[in-house]
Write a protein that binds this ligand. Sequence first.
Ligand code: OGA
Ligand code: MN
Length: 296
Amino acid sequence: MSSHIEPVDPAQQRLFAGLVTGVDLTRRLSDHEVAGIHAGMDRFGVLVFRGQRLDDEQQISFSRQLGPLEQATGDIAAPQDRRVSMEVNDISNLDKHGELLPRDDRRRLFGLGNQLWHSDSSFKQVPAKYSLLSARKIPASGGNTEFADMRAAYDALDAATQREVHDLICSHSQIFSRAILGFDDFSDAEREKWAPVRQRLVRRHPITGRLSLYLASHAGGIEGWPVPEARAFLRDLTEHATQRQFVYAHVWQPWDLVIWDNRVTMHRARRYDPMQVRDMRRTTLSNEVSSLDQAP
Ligand code: OGA
Ligand code: MN
């Protein structure tokens, strides 16, 4: 059976989230299948695969077929506390023994930053290209993931705002996004490791040529602007970019795998009951260059 991609929601999300059928990601893919996934990503920005019973090794080898991976250096767990290898981001509420993290655990509180709109690894000099999130265990309710289309959001800006944002450079850090939630429990080493990096506010997709707003709650300033003015503007842009007409809400089923392109989308987790297990694993493709090299 050959793979096929159609819109997840033909009525509302014509060109934003695609549903892929007829492909088994536990096996090595043909070059043709790999090319089909890249083409689907360029067209949609988010692809949903159902019923993919991947373990970490299978997820890593599938991800590597799409491009080079980044390491999970944005995680806050100490090396001896990690449940998964450095190729995998642990998007769960569990410790390494599989027990639920206590409500006030620092790793859990840090992880709540995922509930703010963001683009993965925008706080790294070389940020993320695709993220691949596999749902191993999900809570009975809640815990959706929402995606916003930053190409459509850019296109919908008025011309004066498009001109204004065209060449702006933002500074991104996980310290900024966590400060929004009042989380400041960082060691000196973490503050140093996550010192702000520069990213363009508007970037061009190297294949499609489309422009998108490169926003994230990690963005805490705009070069040359007073901080409060920059943050007020970034907040307005985020409010604009995350209006419902730009958003696809993914309702997870166990063994879903969702891939998104961090160059053209933002995403956020939604709340769920902290007494229920939610075990998701993320592999992440490196963008290989900074957004500074993807000028419009
Ligand atoms: C991520 C992330 C959202 C979620 O994996 O990068 O932000 O719903 N996840 O868990
Ligand atoms: Mn994320």
